[in-house]
Design a protein around this ligand. Sequence first.
Ligand code: ADP
Ligand code: MG
Length: 700
Amino acid sequence: MRPPVLDPLFAPVSTLPGIGPKIAKLVSALVGGQPDRDATVSDLLFHIPHNLIDRRHRPGIAYSENGDIVTLDVTIGRHQAPPRHSKAPYKIPAYDDTGQISFVFFHPRRDWLEKTFPEGERRIVSGKVEWFNDRPQMVHPDYSLKPEEAAQMPAIEPVYPLTAGLASKTLQKAMRAALERVPHLPEWLNLPHLQKNGWPDFYDALQTLHQPRERQDIEPQSPYMQRLAYDELLASQLALAMVRANMRTLGGISRKPEGKLQKAVIDALPFQLTSSQSNAIKEINQDLAEPTRMLRLLQGDVGSGKTVVALAALAQVIETGAQGGLMAPTEILARQHFASMMPICEKTGIRLALMTGKDSQKERRLLQEKLDAGEIDLVVGTHALFQGSVTFRNLAMVVVDEQHRFGVHQRLALSGKGQGVDVLVMTATPIPRTLVLTCFGDMDVSRLTDKPAGRKPIKTVSVSLDRLDEIIGRVGAAIAEGQKVYWVCPLVEESEKIDLAAVEDRHRVLQHALRQPVSLVHGRMSADEKDAAMSAFKNGDTKVLVATTVIEVGVDVPDATIIVIEHAERFGLAQLHQLRGRVGRGDKPSSCVLLYKGPLGETAGARLNIMRETNDGFLIAEEDLKLRGGGEILGTRQSGTPGFRIARADEHADLMEVARDDAKLILETDPDLKSDRGQALRSLLYLFGRDAAIRLLRAG
Ligand code: ADP
Ligand code: MG
């Protein structure tokens, strides 16, 4: 169904010169294709340079500054080869009217040097100048060309984000070949819109971004970047709007029970609902009563009590005799939801089950039989729940805890599991409005803004790692008073081994210093081991839990009152805030100790200050957006906005709104994308990987 004109762009990168199977893997990891296949040429083309080298800079030797990349017009002097077996570098002096420079080589091939830098001849040489003991030198120049060949050297070279093992020249060469494959595509944007903004067409935008003439060309606000960012945003908004329209036409089911079961759930709680919890439940009940499908985002800071809202909502559909599901991002969290819902479900007669990847085939078969027979009302699990072969007798509602991986594909997968399935997505991330739009399109939003009564604010301090002993002493005193403590060690993905050593080391030190058993949880442990450690801490057998950031989302031990976050300077604001939310869940005053290793960089310092100053998740999210851009808020490591290659939530927020309106108008006038523009838009959806939505269109 993909328009054949796009074929060259969907060939794997391994069809490009210089990219063998091994390099293809590196490139794929770098430019983000699908996990199960190599990246495509189009994936590569959306890898935009982040910098450029201007080789037009020709100041002369004496006027070249330390660190500058310059092009020199020089006469080559007499080679200075190091003595045999010496480790000293090979040096080649060279001159121009202003002075002398040394070209420096380690482990060179002499015959190549003699050919490339022939003594007494003129050469155009380009590379980075470094001043060393008041003398300029250039280590391994990038180019050395005869004057008559100087035109072969690109005046301006794009610099790409790279990965270990991938050479800049390899990527540049592949990119040049990729650019030659870009076809002229029919325009999918509105011409007046293009002209008003002074944007180029798709072809020119790509060509310019990869062959920039000025640094401005590759900045987020350049017309070239704006054009592509808009394309990407439009693709995403269009796909979201198509899914939504489809959900509407498929029709939801009006679910209007008496509300007895929901009331029973609420009555069974050992506390009063906050007013925003009650409001959210009311809004959800209204959605459920409508004959359209619910798609609602429940936003609430950590500890604001989203799970209770979810359970009340689920009770509403269960009362009608239908089934509900809750999908958690990790197995630990699935188990925890299961455990925390169990007492209420038992009291109210909701038949609850847990499904994880660890279930044996027999357990799974048994569970499946019960789901089919309608003997289970509510099933809690990980992604496995809604993939593959799992079937339901009458699935009516799904709650998704933490939104990150819940895109268009997942929504479509869900549609197949039941009739008019209503969806509630819960997130602890206080996403600003613009980001909600970016990631979800027109989703309805309920917010939990007030904390459950009796919660005490968390006191936050930052302390240098030099004072570790003092902190351990204070932890010891707190435990003696009966308090419980989380101790978090950071996880740096690049060096899992070192992380593991660090967290195990800290575990030993604490156990020794505190003279008592300490629980340990990290990503390399089995689910059973993790569970055992967590429950020892939860039921008080141990008073301290050392953990990597696996405790980040949702873990609930209400009587833990202290959290120590080691290497706090390495965490983003959103993450720090999430972690801190592990404490302050009961009625006792809590504290958070940010242990940092100095000296602190500017951003890290600013982050720790914000953490000390406020407990307000929405404020922190806004500050985070300012400090780091949207990617960090949604917890991704790379800069940029998750799910997007080019568009950025912070830089392109205005385009976002326009794209949403544009998408809406398109579907109003051409719901099946049949017009010329509609056909062009289909290509756009493919280009940005949003083509799953096309399957929703009526054939033709
Ligand atoms: P979230 O998922 O939003 O981080 P949880 O749903 O895990 O928060 O709730 C955190 C804790 O607060 C749980 O122990 C829960 O039982 C409790 N809780 C929820 N709502 C209230 C309330 N209205 N009053 C008191 N405690 C509450
Ligand atoms: Mg939760």
